[in-house]
Design a protein around this ligand. Structure first.
Ligand SMILES: Nc1ncnc2c1ncn2[C@@H]1O[C@H](COP(=O)(O)OP(=O)(O)OP(=O)(O)O)[C@@H](O)[C@H]1O
Length: 274
């Protein structure tokens, strides 16, 4: 598990990006940090692999204070996927995926074989292996980014708005793919987004942040929707707008569920009946 203990981050220019943040991120679960721009999501994420060090407080992984670990070593064991994929433009797809394993000393032939297998895992055709990133679509580039993040078989995968720059259809595909991958790989995933729908889809634990990394509420999607802590959360999760408020209408012998705009959402069945 990852634990933030009273973590604050003040940047040299005086910006207090995160103030006294404490949270446990359970292992083998997906925690989604969601909040508006500037709420400190990226800063928090980057403190997990020491791309940013806290000004005060500590971050622990499985009980070990990561300030005591060399950053380079730590990072090689943590997958990191960025919004614009962060691929090296002058390296082929397969070489991009194999970069970190090679740095860790995996023999070249083995690293290539592993990288090709990883393309299969993220649903990319091996025929793309020798292309350069610019010869791929945005969605394909993001898949390569995910493959690269997973290439070192990390326990922890950090994802910073990885699907933010692709069109909505590809984005939905990538989200479904991540749901599938997470079932299969069972990593501890920390995912940053400003999209609450994405958070609801992917998160076991959702952390709603307001400015300065302040936690507005932590909970499962159901908890947040059923019991929003305040108006800010209610508005953020859409509980206030009636958008998610469904009601039941009787049609003949069936109860159907209808949304606030009168659109049909489904049929109501008592539990156990299919
Ligand atoms: N290197 C830096 N130096 C100074 N201020 C910084 C630095 N990096 C981030 N900040 C500031 O810290 C605050 C939090 O930034 P951060 O990038 O963590 O937010 P975010 O929630 O990820 O935002 P976004 O959704 O826009 O990516 C912002 O006010 C930002 O301007």
């Amino acid at each position: 598990m990852i634990e933030f203990r009273s973590v604050s981050k003040r940047f040299p220019d005086g910006t207090l990006a995160v103030e006294d943040f404490s949270l446990v991120l359970p292992s083998h679960k997906t925690t989604v940090l969601v909040g508006s721009s500037g709420s400190g999501k990226t800063t928090l994420l980057r403190m997990i692999n020491r791309m940013v060090d806290p000004t005060s407080g500590s971050v622990e992984i499985d009980g070990e204070d990561i300030a005591t670990l060399p950053p380079v070593k730590l990072r090689r064991g943590i997958g990191y996927v960025m919004q614009n994929s962060g691929l090296l433009p002058h390296r082929t797809v397969v070489d991009n995926v194999a970069t970190v394993p090679l740095l860790r000393g995996t023999p070249k032939r083995q690293a290539r074989a592993d990288a090709l297998a990883m393309l299969d895992t993220v649903g990319l055709d091996r025929s793309l292996a020798d292309r350069y990133p610019s010869q791929l679509s945005g969605g394909q580039q993001q898949r390569v980014g995910v493959a690269r993040g997973l290439a070192v078989d990390p326990n922890i995968l950090l994802m910073d708005e990885p699907f933010g720059a692709v069109d909505p259809i590809v984005r939905a595909e990538l989200q479904q793919e991540l749901v599938r991958l997470q079932k299969e790989l069972d990593k501890t995933v920390v995912f940053v987004t400003h999209d609450i729908e994405e958070a609801f889809l992917l998160g076991d634990q959702i952390v709603i942040l307001s400015e300065g990394g302040r936690i507005a509420q932590v909970g499962s999607p159901a908890e947040l929707l059923a019991n929003p802590a305040d108006d800010f959360v209610a508005s953020f999760v859409g509980a206030d707008r009636g958008r998610r408020a469904l009601h039941v209408e009787r049609h003949g012998n069936e109860d159907v569920v209808v949304d606030s705009d009168g659109r049909l959402a489904g049929v109501l069945r008592s539990e156990g009946v299919r």
